[in-house]
Unconditional design. Structure first.
Length: 162
């Protein structure tokens, strides 16, 4: 299927219960479980619901991925990505980053034993020089906040994958 077709069809299957051709928006906060200690696919909307699952499938397909996660905020997504790191890892981030990201890195991530370094990500040579054998994540925000700096994402990705 072409992109335009996938965009309107993937994750948009007919609702089996009602026959609706457009998936309903599920606003329930909780879902009935089969019994004590027996869980169905959804329990609380904060951890997943049919609407979000449909959205995640659609975006993953459009981006050529095998799966995806959707979050209620950018900081929730950022926090999730940071939690993939382990004590002793090194994280390299730009100097022109959102204040919430800066605080997360220096007040939470650093306390977990993850080394955090800031570098001007608009300068690929500076990014390459700041890399260490322990660097597991290069965090780029472009355009930057608050200075609107522009980072060459492809150049930084190439450096990060060396």
């Amino acid at each position: 299927m072409k992109f335009r077709t996938r965009a309107i069809h993937v994750g948009q299957e007919r609702d089996r219960e009602t026959g609706a051709v457009v998936p309903p928006i599920h606003v329930a906060s909780t879902f009935v479980q089969p019994g004590p200690g027996v869980w169905s696919e959804f329990d609380y909307s904060r951890s997943g619901n049919p609407t979000r699952k449909s959205f995640e499938r659609t975006i993953a397909d459009l981006e050529g991925g095998t799966g995806g996660l959707a979050f209620a905020s950018g900081m929730a997504a950022t926090h999730c990505a940071m939690m993939l790191l382990s004590a002793g890892d090194h994280l390299l981030a730009g100097t022109d980053i959102y204040g919430g990201t800066y605080r997360l890195l220096h007040k939470v991530v650093h306390r977990l034993g993850i080394d955090v370094s800031l570098v001007n990500t608009t300068d690929p040579r500076a990014v390459a020089a700041a890399m260490t054998p322990r660097t597991k994540l290069v965090w780029i925000e472009t355009p930057g906040n608050p200075l609107l700096s522009i980072t060459d994402v492809a150049a930084c990705a190439e450096i990060a994958h060396r």
